[in-house]
Design a protein around this ligand. Structure first.
Ligand SMILES: [Fe+2]
Ligand SMILES: [Fe+2]
Length: 151
């Protein structure tokens, strides 16, 4: 699958999970914890696959690729840090909800940034064939990471 299509699909999945989390209601529940765990795992898998497969290709290109990737990686760090911070809290802590709200905000900003500037740069600088190749590499890498994380 085309890399940009694949990543866009992941992004919609995360946005859906955010909606699912909201719909579990404010009361701490097993379901709420479960949705959060899925969000965390999905974000970790997605960000790592981007950093290992997708970003290096853009970084190696002439033009603004490097600058765009530096910003994206910084955002991944922020997301990762926040995920760790929220995970240390209990669902019943006040900090959980405010942390989660902050997470939704920075993740949404990041997804918009990628779908805007990063994808535009990739579209302008990669051939459709190259995007297909990157797409299948991302799929393969994700499968392996998924197994590693489950182990
Ligand atoms: Fe992404
Ligand atoms: Fe990303």
């Amino acid at each position: 699958m085309n890399a940009l299509e694949l990543l866009r699909k992941d992004h919609s999945f995360v946005r859906n999970l955010f909606g699912q989390f909201e719909r579990t209601g404010k009361t701490p529940s097993e379901k709420r914890m479960e949705v959060f765990a899925t969000i965390r795992r999905e974000l970790q898998l997605h960000c790592r696959a981007e950093e290992e497969i997708f970003y290096p290709v853009l970084k190696a290109m002439e033009g603004e690729g490097r600058r765009l990737v530096v910003v994206a990686i910084k955002e991944h760090h922020d997301i990762d840090e926040l995920l760790t911070r929220i995970s240390r809290r209990k669902l019943t802590d006040k900090g959980f909800d405010s942390g989660f709200e902050a997470l939704v905000e920075i993740v949404n900003d990041h997804l918009d940034y990628e779908e805007g500037e990063i994808f535009r740069f990739a579209e302008e600088n990669c051939s459709p064939q190259q995007l297909e190749e990157i797409g299948s590499q991302i799929e393969d890498r994700r499968r392996i990471l998924d197994q590693e994380m489950a182990a």
